[in-house]
Design a protein around this ligand. Structure first.
Ligand SMILES: NC(=O)c1ccc[n+]([C@@H]2O[C@H](COP(=O)([O-])OP(=O)(O)OC[C@H]3O[C@@H](n4cnc5c(N)ncnc54)[C@H](O)[C@@H]3O)[C@@H](O)[C@H]2O)c1
Length: 255
């Protein structure tokens, strides 16, 4: 445990599961105080319990992070109970697999609302605190599918691609206030989302996929959390608008 984040308040959306939970535990190790915003109340409570059990501070807030009113209520409660928001990780997301011609308007709108409108509104809600403090860290969880393409995820990859442009614009718009905005496009990470994907249901497919990667294994939430901890740190202050590709070598280009 280090004390490098010195009690700063970190909002992590979707931290009731998967890599969000790993990031909550990791940032709490660096002494961030964590606000978990998740539509899954039980998952959020479980993460908060795990953080507290490890000696950290966390609150769980049930919130649909694609809904402006719910976002406002979550931010108000976070400020009341923990203080002004210094670090934001836009991590909540949904990742359906659907053939292109079968994606209807309702599904496209849902994916865009959760994966793109949500981070946009959450960031608008949190940034004024960072401007006031002249310090902030925004980390957007995108996807390696933006770098490589993904045949069954035209909706999902479009939403995450929008986050890529969003992140670079935030870096331009907010740099003068001491705020950085960066992104992590995970490769395949062993979370409930990955395990739940229809294409991953055959026994051994996840492990086989991992074995074929340069590092020889599937990713873990802790791999993403390590990169997030760096981007959230004081030391990362000269890095903005950038991508840290945590993907086991799946994709090595630049994007
Ligand atoms: N697991 C992977 O291989 C992988 C790869 C690339 C990108 N990602 C991205 O990483 C992020 C985290 O994924 P994960 O694998 O940990 O998934 P996960 O399903 O384990 O966790 C996602 C969390 O987001 C929450 N959530 C979903 N919609 C929400 C909403 N509207 N409001 C609030 N919370 C909501 C869920 O309740 C869940 O707790 C997602 O944005 C995902 O697209 C994951």
């Amino acid at each position: 445990m280090t004390r490098s984040l010195n009690g700063k308040v970190a909002v992590i959306t979707g931290a009731g599961s998967g890599m969000g939970r790993s990031m909550a535990l990791r940032l709490a190790e660096d002494d961030a105080r964590i606000a978990i915003w998740d539509i899954n109340a039980a998952g959020a409570e479980e993460t908060a319990r795990m953080v507290r059990e490890a000696g950290g501070t966390a609150i769980a807030i049930e919130a649909d992070c694609s809904d402006k009113a719910a976002i406002k209520a979550a931010a108000d409660r976070t400020r009341r109970e923990l203080g002004k928001i210094a670090i934001l990780i836009n991590n909540a997301g949904i990742a359906p697999f659907t053939p292109f011609l079968e994606i209807d308007e309702a599904l496209l709108e849902r994916v865009m609302r959760v994966n793109m409108f949500g981070p946009f509104f959450v960031t608008q809600e949190c940034v004024p605190d960072m401007i006031e403090a002249k310090w902030g860290r925004i980390i957007n969880i995108t996807s390696s599918s933006v770098q490589s393409g993904s045949a069954l995820q035209t909706h999902y990859t479009s939403s995450k691609g929008a986050l890529l442009g969003f992140t670079k614009c935030l870096a331009m718009a907010l740099g003068e206030h001491g705020i950085t905005a960066n992104m992590i496009p995970p490769g395949s990470i062993d979370t409930p989302m990955l395990r739940g994907a229809e294409i991953m249901q055959k026994p051994g497919v996840i492990e086989a996929y991992g074995a074929a990667l340069p590092v020889g294994r599937i990713g873990q939430g802790e791999d993403i959390a390590a990169a997030a901890a760096f981007l959230a740190s004081e030391e990362a202050g000269y890095m903005t608008g950038q991508t840290i590709s945590v993907n086991g070598g799946r994709y090595m280009g630049s994007a």
